[in-house]
Ligand binder design. Structure first.
Ligand code: APR
Ligand code: PHB
Length: 398
């Protein structure tokens, strides 16, 4: 049987922030790439995920010409609030980092903007195309076998594969287990997240450490809030009625005792996010490069997932550019090492924020006092606050 085959320079598996940003960077560098994505365009554009862009992520999107709507609709935040002991404590990013800030803009909005830019540049994205096998990873031409929307078996042949297919994709699984080292920590709690037609309780995000558990109030626009509360690791979203959610949020914000007052609104979306720290090393096997969630996961407390994914593909795009322009593969050889330095620092930050802000059921009274002292320190010492701010707005690329 003849398998319909497309040929390109770089095959990209997955149209999340990693795959789409890489596709656009390669397109701008004149390198051919084809993206295969198992879901439909509508599905990936509607998937609600996190929404804080580091300073450098916002600058990159603007520099490559995908920042127009982001500039108009993104909410610039020059600081954030840490709430504990029934008080808010502000971390002033701008003042502590020499003028940097973050931008609140939903991940799916970034995805929409990238898809629109790619399609208007005639850069190919094949939706409804599930990659089922990656082949010949250590030979000169690699292959991605996928099923198209009609279920027909198709093939993509390329010089390289970028595995941008997220944590549950096939790319990491295509690497022999003995060639990878896995580092992992699974937290004993999750986040219940909602998107609601409710005006944000504050101009800035509030990260709350409360006896009853963590809560985070974020936003998407002046009329839409994105809110999370810590829940049990094995909680089912069906156990969380809207009333239970709003009640728990009010309790954790101490709303009835003068804390930020919550204005309830229609819940548009509700879901549970497990909390995990995960790294697979190295991020390369033969001609397959892993980028984004396929190689690493951070707990969402530091708002780093999408930013890390985009940082990986910046490094990869630069390395591929050097290879295609000058036949120099040194940067490709160093890809994993270059990315992992920043990834581990970001893992450290995300794990630290997670430990500092959540309720741990196995905490002894001593551990709880140390946690509160950590919060007191970070909000009263300029040096400690600057460490948080520097990481939150984003570490340098390399
Ligand atoms: N074939 C094709 N596409 C696939 C396959 C497959 N076999 N498996 C998964 N995909 C697609 C998914 O449908 C998804 O669109 O790969 C994409 C992976 O995207 P993300 O999960 O968004 O991962 P990434 O681009 O690395 O971005 C990381 O997204 O998961 C969030 O919180 C995370 O913010 C982080 C960011
Ligand atoms: C979000 O707005 O979705 C968000 C913000 C900050 C986080 C995580 C998620 O740390």
């Amino acid at each position: 049987m003849i398998v319909p085959t497309l040929r390109t320079q770089v095959a990209i598996v997955g149209a999340g922030p990693a795959g789409l940003t890489l596709a656009y960077l390669l397109h701008q560098a004149g390198i051919e790439a084809i993206v295969v994505e198992s879901r439909s365009r509508e599905y990936v554009e509607a998937r609600v995920r996190a929404g804080v862009l580091e300073h450098g992520t916002t600058e990159l999107l603007a520099a490559i010409g995908v920042g127009e709507r982001l500039r108009r609709e993104g909410l610039v935040h020059t600081g954030t609030q840490l709430r504990f002991g029934a008080r808010n404590h502000r971390i002033d990013f701008q003042e502590l980092t020499g003028g940097k800030s973050v931008t609140v803009y939903g991940q799916q909005e970034v995805v929409k903007d990238l898809i629109a830019a790619l399609l208007s540049a005639d850069a190919p994205i094949v939706f409804d195309a599930e990659a089922v096998a990656l082949g010949r990873l250590d030979e000169d031409r690699v292959s991605v076998d996928y099923r198209d929307a009609a279920g027909t078996a198709c093939r993509l042949e390329a010089d390289y594969i970028a595995g941008c297919d997220g944590f549950h994709g096939i790319s990491r699984a295509a690497i022999p287990a003995q060639a990878l080292t896995i580092f992992e920590h699974v937290y004993p709690f999750s986040w219940l997240g909602i998107l609601a037609e409710s005006p944000p309780v504050s101009d800035e995000l509030i990260y709350t450490n409360h006896e009853r558990g963590f809560a985070l109030v974020s936003m998407r626009s002046p009329s839409v809030s994105r809110i999370y509360v810590q829940c049990a690791g094995d909680d089912d979203v069906a156990e969380w009625s809207d009333d239970r959610f709003w009640g728990e949020l009010r309790a954790r914000l101490d709303s009835d005792a003068g804390g930020p007052s919550v204005i309830e609104g229609r819940v548009l979306q509700k879901g549970i996010t497990p909390m995990r720290s995960f790294v697979a090393e190295p991020m390369r096997y033969g001609r397959l490069f892993l980028a984004g969630d396929s190689a690493h996961i951070v707990p969402p407390t530091g708002a780093k997932g999408m930013n890390l994914a985009i940082a990986d593909v910046r490094v990869l795009a630069q390395a591929l550019d050097l290879f295609y322009r000058r036949a120099d593969s040194a940067a490709l050889e160093r890809y994993s090492e270059t990315c992992l330095r920043r990834i581990w620092k970001t893992q450290r930050f995300s794990a630290w924020m997670t430990r500092m802000l959540h309720r741990f059921d196995d905490h002894a009274p001593f551990d709880r006092r140390v946690q509160l002292a950590e919060l007191d320190y970070v909000t009263s010492s300029r040096v400690a606050a600057a460490g948080l701010a520097e990481n939150y707005v984003g570490l340098p690329l390399a």
